[in-house]
Design a protein around this ligand. Structure first.
Ligand SMILES: NC(=O)CC[C@H](N)C(=O)O
Length: 202
């Protein structure tokens, strides 16, 4: 029997869009850019890329994608945010613009630029829960970290005691950029989450 390819969208206004499309295709999914609410039809998962969270959030609001995605999530859709994308998934944002538009689907606080200016960018080999084998080479670029207090949010990885990867039901947030390396394990994990049977809490 032929297994149908997972259909995963990438929010395509700004940021590391083509890198995510390429990584998802290499991981065996059908990857599609998402700009309009109608682009969500038939998708199992949506990636919000890194870039600038204020710019991506404003665009999502302008194009009607924030409301459309919230509804799509209520119907069971899975979202994976990297860096700016993860910030947009958070219910609380620290160091953000006041009233910065966001999706707000993960009950955690994102601390924007949380690793300070002196280390705008760095790489680290980290252990990620649920990822087998060697450590994951994680690329951080003006990255946030997350404060997690909700017991339904599962912490998957930390650097210097700062949470940098978390899961909530079918949603995944990473402060780093797995699309900028050749390691497809995190994209594979998300494709599994998006096509698996787990429900979103709430
Ligand atoms: N690499 C990134 O996505 C950086 C995120 C950026 N610091 C923001 O707040 O949007």
């Amino acid at each position: 029997m032929v297994k149908l390819k997972a259909r995963i969208g990438v929010v395509a206004y700004q940021g590391a869009v083509s890198e995510h499309l390429r990584a998802l295709e290499r991981a065996g999914a059908k990857a599609l850019p998402v700009k309009w609410p109608r682009d969500l039809e038939g998708l199992q998962g949506v990636v919000i890329p890194g870039g600038e969270s204020t710019v991506i959030g404003d665009a999502m609001q302008t194009w009607g994608l924030l409301d459309a995605l919230r509804e799509w999530v209520r119907d069971g859709g899975a979202v994976f945010g990297t860096c700016a994308g993860a910030i947009l998934m958070a219910t609380e944002i620290k160091n953000g613009k006041p009233d910065q538009p966001r999706l707000g689907i993960m009950p955690l606080t994102a601390i924007r630029n949380g690793f300070g200016r002196q280390v705008d960018s760095f790489e680290a080999d980290i252990c990620v829960r649920g990822i087998e084998g060697a450590a994951f080479r994680a690329v951080f670029i003006r990255a946030p970290y997350f404060e997690v207090t909700d017991p339904e949010v599962e912490v998957l990885a930390a650097v210097d005691h700062k949470v940098v990867a978390a899961r909530y039901g079918r949603h995944l947030a990473t402060a780093f950029h797995p699309e900028l390396t050749d390691d497809l394990r995190i994209h594979n994990l998300f494709i599994e989450m998006a096509t698996g049977g787990q429900k979103n809490p709430g």
